[in-house]
Write a protein that binds this ligand. Structure first.
Ligand code: NAD
Ligand code: MG
Length: 316
C-alpha cells in the first residue's frame, strides 16, 4: 500500500517527504483531501488497498498520535485495509498494541499495516482467517488477547458489501454470507471478547449511513447495518453497568477497496462521494479520530452513541 498524503491543495506530496499537515491542521474540509474521480475499476472480493486507484490515505504520514491510548490493547477486524487500517494505524500512533484480523488473501495489505504499527514502536499481531468459519471467529478474541497480553478495545469493522440491482438477482447465499460476516460474526467475536475485557474497555462497531438511508442496490448490506445499530444500542445498555462502553461509527462514502470489489456499480465510481455536502468522498484517515475518541477514556460518558462521519449527509 503506497502512501499518498495530501498537501491540502488537492495534490499529493512526493513519497518520503515529511508531512506538511496532520489531523490537527486547520484547513478547509472541502479541500483537505482531494475531490477524487476514481476511474472505473474492478477487483475480485476482497479488494486490496495495494491495487486501489487512486491510493487511499490511512494516516501513515498524515495522522500524528498524542498518547491517548497509551498501553491499550486492541483487536480490529478488517484491519488490513480501508477504515480498519486507518483505525489500527491511529491506535498504534496513540500508543496501543494492535491485532488485526483479515482474510488470508489480504496478507499483502496486512503486512503493510503491521509494518506501520511496528514503525510507531508498537506490537502488531496478524490473525488471518475467514469470519464465515465459526471456529476461527470463536478463537479470534482469545488469540488476540493471548498475543497482546490482554484486550481492552474491540473494533468490529470487517464487512461484506456486494451491489445487486434487482432483488430477483440477490441469491440466498449472498444474503447469508453478508449477514454472517457483518452481523453474526459480531455476536460471536464480542461474546468471546467479554472473557478478556476489563472495566474501562471499549467496543466500537462499524455501521453505515446505509442503516438509515439504504441504497436500492444494497438491500442485504443495508439491512445488516441497521441490525448493527440496534445491536450496538442494546449491548451498550447491557454492558454499561460492567464498565464496558459500546458505541458505533457510521461512515458515509469512504474511498476503500470495498467499493471497487462490486461494492458499487462500476459506472458510479467516478462520482463516488460527490453527492455529500462536502462534495467529495472521505479518506479512511478521516474516520480514525472518531474511533480514537470512542476508545479513549475521554469519552467515558458516551454510551450507545452512533458517531456519523459522512461528509454532511443528514442522519438521525
Ligand atoms: P475494506 O474492504 O478495506 O474493509 C473490509 C474488510 O472486511 C476487509 O479488509 C476484510 O478484511 C474484511 N472481511 C470481509 N469479508 C471477510 C470475511 N469473510 N472474513 C474476514 N474478514 C472479512 O473496506 P472498508 O470500506 O474500510 O470497510 C470497513 C467497514 O466500513 C465495513 O464494515 C463497511 O461496511 C464499513 N463502511 C464502509 C463505508 C465506505 O464507504 N467505505 C461506508 C460505511 C460503512
Ligand atoms: Mg481488505
Amino acid at each position: 500500500m503506497s502512501i499518498s498524503p495530501n498537501n491540502g491543495n488537492g495534490e499529493n506530496q512526493p513519497q518520503g517527504s515529511p508531512p506538511e499537515k496532520d489531523q490537527l491542521s486547520l484547513d478547509d474540509p472541502t479541500t483537505r483531501h482531494p475531490r477524487i474521480s476514481p476511474p472505473e475499476q474492478d477487483q475480485p472480493e476482497p479488494g486490496l488497498d495495494a491495487r486501489l486507484e487512486p491510493h487511499a490515505d490511512h494516516g501513515e504520514e498524515s495522522y500524528t498520535g498524542t498518547g491517548r491510548l497509551k498501553g491499550r490493547k486492541a483487536l480490529v477486524t478488517g484491519g488490513d485495509s480501508g477504515i480498519g487500517a486507518a483505525v489500527a494505524i491511529a491506535f498504534a500512533k496513540e500508543g496501543a498494541d494492535v491485532a488485526i484480523a483479515y482474510l488470508p488473501a489480504e496478507e499483502e495489505d496486512a503486512r503493510d499495516v503491521a509494518a506501520t504499527i511496528e514503525a510507531a514502536g508498537r506490537t502488531a499481531v496478524t490473525l488471518p482467517g475467514d469470519l464465515t468459519d465459526l471456529e476461527y471467529r470463536r478463537r479470534l478474541a482469545h488469540d488476540a488477547a493471548e498475543a497482546l497480553g490482554g484486550l481492552d478495545i474491540l473494533v468490529n469493522n470487517a464487512g461484506k458489501q456486494l451491489s445487486v440491482e434487482r432483488l430477483e438477482d440477490l441469491d440466498d447465499e449472498q444474503v447469508r454470507t453478508t449477514f454472517e460476516v457483518n452481523v453474526l460474526a459480531m455476536f460471536t467475536i464480542t461474546r468471546e471478547a467479554l472473557a478478556h475485557l476489563p472495566a474501562g474497555s471499549s467496543i466500537i462497531n462499524t455501521t453505515s449511513i446505509q442503516a438509515y438511508s439504504p441504497s436500492p442496490h444494497l438491500l442485504d448490506y443495508a439491512s445488516t447495518k441497521a441490525a448493527i445499530n440496534n445491536f450496538t444500542k442494546g449491548l451498550a445498555e447491557q454492558l454499561a453497568p460492567r464498565g464496558i462502553r459500546v458505541n458505533a461509527v457510521a461512515p458515509g462514502p469512504i474511498w476503500t477497496p470495498l467499493q471497487v470489489s462490486d461494492g458499487q456499480p462500476k459506472e458510479a465510481l467516478p462520482e463516488f462521494g460527490h453527492n455529500t455536502a462536502l462534495g467529495r468522498a472521505g479518506q479512511p484517515v478521516e474516520l480514525a479520530p472518531a474511533y480514537v475518541f470512542l476508545a479513549s477514556p475521554e469519552s467515558s460518558y458516551v454510551v450507545g452513541e452512533t458517531l456519523n462521519v459522512n461528509g454532511g449527509k443528514p442522519s438521525p
